[in-house]
Design a protein around this ligand. Structure first.
Ligand SMILES: O=C(O)[C@H](O)[C@@H](O)[C@H](O)[C@H](O)COP(=O)(O)O
Length: 227
């Protein structure tokens, strides 16, 4: 179920993944009124997001969601919402319907419930979900050693979003659960560098959180790698 695509450069990967996502959205919009993407934050996706922003498609019919969010204000440099606003919600893609995850106040548990209810109103299954991966084998905000990692990775779980407290990374997080991520027509896993490739290649025997994406057979997975 897992297809690997290798690229000579990160720029070529970014261009190709952006074009693939745009083509998937166009195809979805030929069959239904709206399409939807769930996108990850971090540093890896920035170039791809910029490429995607310029793609010509009916963006007003697209729902954009975050896979996860750091529990910081949207103006914070660590905010994934800020990453999307600065790199994707520009140009043609600015007319997409974006729903952020950080709500006012500090009640992250309530925000998880709110985000889950909002997700129910979005086009589901997702047209696609884009994941990254950390050097510790986390993806989304499913961090090793997190107290509720098992619940986040429960494929029968009912929760769509959940709050979690990484042990190995800053900020509380709001994240899609595995069950919610699998409710997608396609999962794209984007990572770069030899170190992350090695972590991914041994993720299953090492029981890394990302292994839950690699071992499932419900949703097709494409792995996008460049040096
Ligand atoms: O909020 C986040 O950080 C992401 O959703 C997270 O899952 C990310 O994909 C990995 O941590 C990789 O991050 P980098 O691309 O910065 O290495």
């Amino acid at each position: 179920m897992n297809e690997w695509l290798f690229f000579d450069s990160r720029e070529e990967l970014d261009r190709t993944l952006a074009s693939t996502l745009a083509a998937s959205l166009r195809s979805t919009l030929e069959q239904q009124s709206r399409g939807s993407l769930a996108l990850s934050g971090g540093s890896t996706p920035r170039g791809m997001l910029r490429q995607l922003a310029g793609m010509a498609l009916a963006w007003a019919r697209v729902d954009l969601s975050l896979v996860d969010e750091r529990w910081v204000e949207p103006r914070d440099p660590d905010s994934n919402e800020r990453l999307l606003r600065e790199n994707l919600l520009q140009g043609p893609a600015a007319s997409a319907r974006f729903t952020g995850l950080k709500s006012p106040g500090d009640d992250i548990g309530h925000a998880a419930e709110l985000a889950s209810r909002r997700l129910a109103a979005l086009q589901q299954p997702f047209t696609a979900v884009v994941l990254g991966m950390g050097a510790d084998g986390h993806t989304a905000s499913w961090f090793p050693q997190a107290a509720n990692l098992a619940a986040l990775l429960d494929r029968q779980g009912q929760a769509r979003f959940a709050a979690t407290e990484p042990v190995t990374a800053p900020h509380r997080r709001l994240t899609l659960t595995l069950a919610a991520v699998l409710n997608s027509h396609h999962i794209h896993l984007q990572l770069t560098g030899a170190d992350k490739r090695a972590v991914l290649e041994s993720a299953v025997p090492d029981s890394r959180p990302v292994a839950s994406i690699l071992t499932q057979t419900r949703t097709p997975v494409t792995i996008w790698w460049a040096p």
